[in-house]
Design a protein around this ligand. Sequence first.
Ligand SMILES: [Zn+2]
Length: 445
Amino acid sequence: MDADLRRIEVTARFSAQTDDIFARASRASGYLLNAENCDSGEQLRSRGRRLQLPDEGVRCLQYSVDLGKAVREDPRNNSLQPGNVVVSPTVWMWRPRLASNDEIIVRFQMAEDMQVSVPWQLIGDQGRAYRLTASPESGHAISAFGAFDSFIAHVGDLDLPITFLRSGGRISHEPIVNWIQDNANNITLAYGRFPNPHARIIVLPAGGERRQDSAVQFGRVVRDGGETVELLIDASQPIELFYDSWTATHEFSHLMLPYVHSDQRWISEGFAQYYQNVLLARSGSYTEQFTWQKLHDGLQRGLESAPAMSPNEAASTTERDTRMKVYWSGAALALLADIELRQRSGGEESLDDVLDRFERCCLPSARTWSGIELFTKFDSLIEKPLFVELYETHAETPGFPDVSRLLERLGIVVHGKEVRLRDDTDLAETRAALTARRYTGQPGK
Ligand SMILES: [Zn+2]
């Protein structure tokens, strides 16, 4: 990479003749300056997202990319200080498709004082060398180059890298880094560990159209070459406003599940909604009453949203106003499953244990899961199955999972819109155990 971040020159060597090389983003061909077979010197052209290769394929490819143009056309750079840039590898990287055992080792050569942040796994001791393997490609990951700030979030025993892009404004990083660390540590309150030791966190400054009084404007998880949690923040807001936001705990909660097919997005969103509330209660951020108020309100919004649609339909339609159904029908299922597991085991087993076992067998996962596959796997991790039945009862059924009787038994009573808790119902103790305060492995907490 050149020192002014204008151009990337790539030499790619393959272990076998390769006849299918592509870039994931359709814009990529607009940034490809030239490409050649470095064994023969033959010039290669792109057609759409693919390189046109000789029939016998190539073993060595050399190409250069107009990084400056790619950066200019990526609006995220509008709010970044010159000298640090973001641009997805999917616009600059031309590569073969990866089967499950394939890997690409990527070594960056660039000025000493320049930094790199990519979602791939850092290879120790080799400096700026990374291992890229197959992944669900749920979106387009960020690669960042240049003079940004790097921090570490200590999460249980793990050190997770935080890439903090520079916007030019003077900000105090430490409170925000601590806030990220606290939110990542909330996830350890499910089963004692963070689900992915190689997750990366990217902090982007919010651009022009900021929402007032909102410190965390947006968050998402991208599973592309690794798992990245992206947080779009307004660093000028007071730190209290960061702690008022559930977004970071929500995004980190997503990592307890693999990438689930978008038609069953209601499962991943629902589990994240459920866990963000439960974990914020366990961390002491929410009172028990406030937790159930949030869960009740959300479930109510889910009930009212697109009542004629099934969860699968709501997740796959382009119609608007299905959002609350997508966000809360999976939360209802998580609640039903969690309480059933706790009840039948006398409090010995819960949804936390299922996710714990699931992490041990299956995370981080290199592929996309269907809802039924995920729930079948969950059932294999418990003695008496329940998840597939829940899926079959609700996934294709119009309406919303009925949790009203369950909430009553948990001691959730609603007066007007306000939730009150009763301790004399048969599941009141189960309710209390679910959100009971726990402590993270984080020093000083
Ligand atoms: Zn989400």
